[in-house]
Design a protein around this ligand. Structure first.
Ligand code: MF3
Ligand code: CO
Length: 287
């Protein structure tokens, strides 16, 4: 690409005033043998604007759930809140119909690691901890985040895993800046989980997101510092470790084909932020 041509990212600026310096820097890492992001996953300013509109709905849903969730409601009720809130604002729940998934949200309680399917037969009880994982499509742009909720007073065990998982994500987020690597985020998360006696699920992870639900890269939270893909401005991906009280092993529900449980029945917690790598750090797109 010529210095004076309009930049490939569509900013309208000349290449030399836009992505040229970043491209040159990426090339240095690439020549060194690093995994570098393909251009297609670096979002343009226009795409980022549209992703943020989708994320506004996504965060709004989680805020709505936070205000209304309580003991005695069914997870089906949460599904209805998510569906209604999304479609009333012109969006589509990204989960609905995704690879045949039957509902608009994932609701994973206690020993469920992820992909709990809402049901009118599942009633929230005092002491439960639940992950509500919401993903939204607006105008073709995707957003994704999840929070943990404590139902009434919960045990000290439950209190601790929710707190530590939140801390894990914040520590990972602090590593989300250009020219770091995904492994830096993973190591910060895994180290904090281990220090608290916990383990991080290995085979299920985060993902690039924005123009599709699941884009490159796969984001592991157990890889070493300095390893995995280089972080570059314009990347959008999730930080969503699943933290287990016991071992990292899991099994999938044979009947519904989705819900993932801890093998040892221990508690599991997950928090998911969707982040954008910026020129000087990161922005949280939805959490
Ligand atoms: N929201 C999940 C994620 O973080 C994906 C759920 S897919 C579904 O990637 F089909 F289970 F909804
Ligand atoms: Co996700």
């Amino acid at each position: 690409m010529e210095r004076n041509e309009p930049c490939w990212c569509g900013s309208g600026k000349k290449y030399k005033k836009c992505h040229m310096a970043i491209d040159e820097k990426i090339k240095i890492y690439e020549d060194r043998g690093d995994i570098v992001p393909p251009r297609e996953i670096l979002k343009t300013p226009e795409q980022i604007e549209k992703i943020k509109k989708s994320a506004e709905i996504n965060t709004g849903i989680l805020d709505f759930v936070a205000e209304h969730i309580k003991a005695g409601i069914s997870t089906e009720q949460i599904d209805k809140w998510v569906y209604d809130y999304t479609v009333e604002r012109g969006g589509i729940p990204a989960d609905l119909g995704y690879e045949g998934y039957p509902k608009s949200v994932c609701t994973s309680i206690n020993n469920e690691i992820c992909h709990g399917i809402p049901s009118e037969n599942i009633i929230l009880a005092e002491g439960d901890i639940i992950n509500v994982d919401v993903s939204t499509i607006l105008d073709g742009y995707f957003s994704d985040a999840s929070r943990m909720f404590k139902i009434g007073k919960v045990s000290e065990r439950a209190e601790k895993i929710v707190r530590v998982t939140q801390e894990c994500v914040e520590l990972g987020l602090a590593q989300a800046k250009p020219w770091n690597h995904l492994g830096d985020i993973a190591d910060a998360i895994n180290t904090h989980a281990k220090e608290n006696g916990y383990s991080v699920v290995e085979d299920i992870g985060g993902h690039g997101i924005g123009l599709a639900f699941h884009e490159e890269p796969f984001v592991s939270y157990v890889t070493p510092k300095g390893s995995e893909m280089l972080l570059v401005p314009g990347m959008t991906f999730t930080i969503e470790p699943m933290v287990n009280e016991g071992g990292p092993d899991f099994y999938v529900d044979e009947d519904n084909g989705w819900t993932v449980y801890t093998e040892d029945d221990g508690l599991s917690a997950q928090v998911e932020y969707m982040v954008l790598i910026t020129e000087d750090g990161h922005e949280v797109i939805t959490k």
